[in-house]
Design a protein around this ligand. Structure first.
Ligand code: GDP
Ligand code: IMO
Ligand code: MG
Length: 423
């Protein structure tokens, strides 16, 4: 059996959480392979709306094992809060949630460092979620981080103190105050005690044993391909490998074990945080998308920057991930528009046309060139099959399929589980 992957093709928030929850009944295991509490994955069903940050989006399906893989950076304080919030759903998390002992731990000073490093960047700041992601991955690669399995070590406190001393030296270099640290540490050590009661495993064995036993596994991406540390709009990226290749290092599976790669994209684009965004709208249309799509960050509540769909960027993401099926979300948000635009290529100030995301692209002052479609201008709230789609929406989907050369197998027309149309 091979492992399927679902990942975002834009700048995150494509609706990964919703679709993983919808697909989960087809799988026996759902696994996160990178990122951490910077993610905010929203699920809606039976009138309930729930946002997950580190816990995989299969958690509401009682028969499914949910794994937090070694590639994740995990904040025990956030995990404790997430688990507490699941209490009312009677989820047997001691059985259904498994955590890799090789996952890296976010400690309180990582979050202070995130703030100090962002502040030092001034107007060049990345717009980090300030959850400690960058500093924690730095320590992982620098071979000084704490890992989940370390919490059982008799000298865990000593290892912790050594790392904190190093962080304090860096924080003093930035003249960053240690306000609130003692309180955060108290929360951290309480959460670590709770952590010890959870199911901590060598998840690479579980994953490979499951595949060998013909069990179906879905890897759930966080962030999006355009935030990938290598291929995103560097330096305005996150610090992990968000693309399909990250599944191999983040869960311990061979490349030959990757099956379908589901690439998920919104019918338009959003971005939260700084960095290039060629199709960004600064006018009433952008405001209309934000309002209609409720485009405010699931993790930080920040307003998301909004713009039209960008085909060169989407093609790039499809290429680097080897996407085999496309899923389009939030089609319903475009209901309000008389005209819908799709960026087909970019133009340089001298009129030259480009359609590749080269190293230099962010310096080139490209202008998007658009193809304009007539909008369908009707509600999709009650639509439950592709046959019921307005013709103009069908035309839009067919056009994208033709341009992207990958089938669009799913269209999402609302936040609820049931508002999902398979083709
Ligand atoms: P993720 O990070 O990729 O899981 O996405 P987020 O949960 O951060 O953001 C997606 C938002 O859009 C959430 O509020 C979802 O409830 C919502 N959503 C998902 N799919 C649809 C859809 O098809 N239509 C609408 N209107 N909202 C959707
Ligand atoms: P999900 O999984 C959208 C963005 C931040 C910032 C940059 C770096 O919900 O799609 P970081 O905290 O990683 O140092 O921030 O990446 N970012 C996201 N944007 N969705 C996310 O996750 C994101 N996770 C990080 O806004 O621009
Ligand atoms: Mg999100």
């Amino acid at each position: 059996m091979k492992m399927d992957v679902l990942l975002g093709l834009q700048w995150g928030d494509e609706g990964k959480g919703k679709i993983v929850d919808v697909l989960a009944p087809q799988y026996e295991v759902v696994a996160r392979f990178q990122g951490g509490p910077n993610a905010g994955h929203t699920l809606e069903f039976d009138g309930i709306k729930h946002v997950l940050h580190q816990i995989p989006s299969g958690i509401f399906r009682p028969q499914i094992l949910n794994i937090i893989g070694n590639g994740v950076v995990l904040d025990p304080i956030v995990l404790k809060k997430e688990i507490d919030a699941l209490e009312k759903f009677s989820i047997d998390y001691k059985k259904n949630l498994l955590i890799s002992k090789k996952a890296t731990i976010i400690i309180p000073t990582h979050k202070l460092l995130d703030v100090a490093l962002e502040t030092a960047k001034g107007d060049k700041k990345i717009g980090s979620t300030l959850k400690g992601i960058g500093p924690t991955y730095q320590d992982k690669i620098g071979r000084v981080a704490l890992r989940v399995g370390d919490i059982h070590s008799p000298n865990f406190r000593e290892k912790y103190d050594t790392l904190v001393e190093k962080h304090k030296t860096i924080l003093s270099f930035y003249s960053h105050p240690l306000d609130g640290l003692a309180e955060m540490e108290a929360q951290f050590f309480a959460a670590v005690e709770f952590f010890k009661t959870l199911n901590l495993i060598d998840s690479e064995y579980l994953v490979n044993d499951a595949l060998n036993a013909d069990k179906k596994i879905l890897a759930e991406g966080a962030q999006g391909s355009l935030l990938d540390v290598d291929f995103g709009s560097y330096p305005f990226v996150t610090s992990s490998t968000t693309m399909a290749a990250g599944v191999c290092t983040g869960l311990g599976v061979a490349p030959s074990k990757i099956g379908e790669v589901f690439g998920i994209f919104k019918a338009y684009c959003t971005r939260v945080g700084s960095g290039p965004f060629p199709t960004e709208l600064f006018d009433v249309e952008g405001e209309a998308i934000r309002k209609e799509g409720n485009e405010f960050g699931s993790t930080t509540g920040r307003p998301r920057r909004c713009g039209w769909l960008d085909l060169p960027a989407l093609r790039y993401s499809i290429m680097i991930n080897g996407v085999t099926q496309l899923f389009m979300t939030k089609a319903d948000v475009l209901n309000i528009f008389e005209e819908i635009k799709v960026c087909t290529h970019y133009e340089l100030p001298n009129g030259d046309r480009i359609d590749r995301l080269s190293f230099e692209i962010s310096e080139l002052h490209v202008q998007p060139a658009y193809k304009v479609f007539k909008g369908w201008n009707c509600s999709l709230a009650a639509v439950r099959s592709y046959d019921e789609f307005p013709v103009k929406l069908k035309d839009y989907v067919s056009y994208l399929e033709e341009e992207l050369q990958v089938p669009i197998k799913l269209v999402s027309v609302g936040p609820d589980r049931v508002q999902t149309i398979f083709r």
